[in-house]
Design a binder for this molecule. Structure first.
Ligand SMILES: [Zn+2]
Length: 348
């Protein structure tokens, strides 16, 4: 069995983005309950809480943005940063701990204390730009983590893989002209937030180090598995990152209220399998998942539990994981757009 760490804490339920919002604390309740049902207490390593201090947030964000979000903690009620993105007085603290949990997990993985892990946190982060909170996101957790790893461990090739339904405009923007972080994303397109076209490949020194897979609605497990195998794994082999960070969103789930994709638990497990295989092949297994979107409680549960089973390699899951592996190896894309996308992307 592998040593798999998780960040689980009720503090992450204390960010309330307004009186009626789809990005609810209940998302974490669903995931935490499912973990309790599916895994024994001693099968997962529970990481201690850690706060990302201001100097760490500033690795990716402007002082103005950090100050603005900090200011909302002094008010009494909700504060709208944009129409979708609302804070409560505890949001700044919760968001600082959410970002910090990725740093704690990254340190544990790089020290070799655990093999890999999953930060089961909120608020999500991939839409947050350097100077702007948006799309339910306050701070860009994965971008902060990539900068922290680079600074602390002198790594110059990090790969961020984003399989959320939505394009991670914030993450892309942070590293668009940077060859030290490769950004790979699959997402519904055209869709919120509007970015993520195939021809957005980076600029300057970063040319070729952003790779977008824009997909029409209706893609299923086979489409996503084939893209991960034929595009992502090739890109990872070519780039040879030293660490892989995953923006894990489950809003591609078949019954998700926000999306139009048809992914099931099997598809999420297959994506987890692809990421684990790639990490073992190119970077000693160093792999960190961080929760982004996903608004069906069932989708969140199935996605997170399936990926944790793939990561853990428990003897009792061998049969299930072998089936995932076979599915992944043989998956043929059904969606016309996915097929032509795979054919059109050439990895050097
Ligand atoms: Zn999303």
């Amino acid at each position: 069995m592998k040593r798999v760490a998780v960040s689980i804490d009720d503090i992450f339920k204390r960010h309330i983005p307004g009186p009626s919002h789809v990005e609810t604390p209940e998302r974490l309740t669903a995931i935490y309950d499912a973990i309790q049902v599916n895994f024994r207490e001693d099968e997962l390593v529970k990481l201690p809480l850690r706060r990302a201090e201001e100097d760490i947030l500033l690795l990716n964000h402007t002082e103005e943005l950090v100050r603005l979000i900090e200011t909302t903690s002094h008010g009494k009620g909700y504060f709208s940063l944009d129409p979708d993105t609302v804070t409560c007085p505890e949001s700044y603290e919760v968001a600082s701990y959410a970002a910090g949990s990725l740093l704690e997990l990254a340190d544990n993985i790089i020290r070799g204390d655990v093999d890999n892990g999953f930060c089961l946190i909120r608020p999500p982060g991939h839409h947050a730009e350097e100077d702007r909170a948006m799309g339910f996101c306050l701070f860009n957790n994965v971008a902060i983590c990539a900068r922290y790893i680079q600074k602390t461990y002198n790594m110059d090739r990090i790969m961020i893989v984003d399989f959320d339904l939505h394009h991670g405009n914030g993450t892309q923007r942070s590293f668009y002209d940077d060859d030290s972080v490769f950004y790979f994303s699959t997402h519904q397109y055209p869709y919120y937030p509007g970015t993520g076209a195939l021809d957005e490949r980076g600029s300057g020194k970063g040319q070729g180090f952003t790779l977008n897979c824009p997909l029409s609605a209706g893609c299923d497990d086979s489409d996503f598995a084939a893209i991960m195998r034929d595009v992502f794994m090739q890109a990872a082999r070519s780039y040879r990152p030293e660490f892989i960070i995953v923006s894990a969103g489950f809003d591609t789930y078949i019954h998700d209220p926000l999306g139009g994709m048809n992914v099931t638990g099997k598809g999420f497990s297959a994506m987890g399998y692809a990421l684990k295989e790639a990490a073992e092949e190119v970077c000693d297994g160093r792999l960190l998942f961080s929760l982004e979107g996903g608004y069906s409680m069932k989708g969140l549960k199935e996605g997170v539990v399936g990926i944790l089973k793939v990561l853990l390699e428990r003897p009792q899951d061998t049969e299930e994981v072998t089936m995932v592996k076979e599915f992944f190896k043989n998956a043929a894309p059904h969606n016309k757009g996915a097929r032509s996308l795979i054919a059109s992307i050439s990895i050097e």
